[in-house]
Design a protein around this ligand. Structure first.
Ligand SMILES: [Fe+2]
Length: 285
């Protein structure tokens, strides 16, 4: 059964990737560039909501106003060079070999309290594996809270499903159709049978810590009823060498119609992920 493991300082890159592909949930603690990024993001968030109390901003704004500010904030964050540099430095600090690493984009997730301020950009994600949509088994997810979190305001994992298949809609889900507006499918493909939540794990980490996990882990946003919004940063990386060689997490139930290699660019020079490296792992079903 995969376990949560704390790491201080860097971890050799091959060792880290092996641990993630084996289902490990790793927490790099007090990563200096992440501490800096939390402070930087806090400044952007305060500016976006014009508030001194970002985690309660929803109580000062109507739903539409809140959602439009979330959208502007997310757009700003995604194109922000400083945020990008700090996150890249955090990956380097964790020991990631940046020369062989591709990523998608920095996403600032906002999960407000309750349902009243829910919208396409603030709705929690249900049970899913990222690999149901990406089909990339060398995909690693990096996740970090900006403000303190609790078990009621975090992301939940279901490690029992690391090795256990779960019936799901990955075969019918196609990002290209969603982007083209020809699909009414949800943002991520979900399960088509009931989920046994007995193995649920809700990591509570500190701002400045960095959680990483395989995109093949079954996970979900915890519905937030804590009275405070959750702000977190996330990005997905793929190791080009592992992906080319078919190394990665096991695929127990994914049937995505496409490999989403087009999401990824080289972390340093921005070159697209090589199309020739679209390889499905041998254990794919
Ligand atoms: Fe996810």
């Amino acid at each position: 059964m995969p376990v949560l493991r704390a790491v201080s300082g860097a971890l050799e890159d091959g060792q880290r990737r092996g641990s993630v592909y084996g289902g490990g949930l790793l927490v790099f603690e007090k990563v200096p560039p992440m501490v800096e990024l939390c402070a930087y993001a806090d400044g952007l968030i305060r500016e976006a909501f014009e508030t001194g109390d970002p985690v309660r901003a929803q109580f000062e704004l109507g739903r539409d106003e809140y959602l439009s500010r979330v959208e502007a904030l997310q757009r700003r964050f995604r194109g922000d060079g400083t945020a990008r540099e700090l996150f890249l430095a955090a990956l380097g600090h964790a020991g990631v070999d940046l020369r062989r690493t591709f990523w998608d984009w920095l996403y600032l997730r906002v999960s407000p309290h309750g349902d009243e301020h829910a919208g396409r950009r603030t709705a929690g994600l249900g049970f899913h594996r990222d690999t149901w949509s990406s089909d990339m088994y060398a995909q690693t997810n990096w996740w970090a809270p900006i403000y303190p979190i609790t078990a009621g305001r975090t992301v939940a994992f279901y490690p029992a499903y690391w090795e256990k298949p779960l019936k799901n809609a990955s075969r019918e889900w196609d990002l290209e159709e969603i982007r083209a507006g020809t699909s009414s499918a949800p943002v991520v493909p979900g399960p088509t049978e009931a989920v046994d939540t007995a193995s649920e794990l809700r990591p509570v980490i500190e701002p400045g810590d960095l959680l990483l996990f395989s995109g093949a882990h079954l996970h979900a946003s915890v519905p937030n009823t804590t009275g405070l919004a959750r702000f977190s940063v996330e990005v997905r990386t793929v190791d080009a060498g592992d992906s080319a060689d078919g190394r990665g997490a096991p695929n127990v139930d994914g049937e995505a119609p496409r490999v989403a290699s087009g999401w990824f660019r080289h972390v340093e020079d921005g070159t697209p992920y090589p199309r020739s490296r679209r390889v499905r792992p041998r254990n794919a079903v």
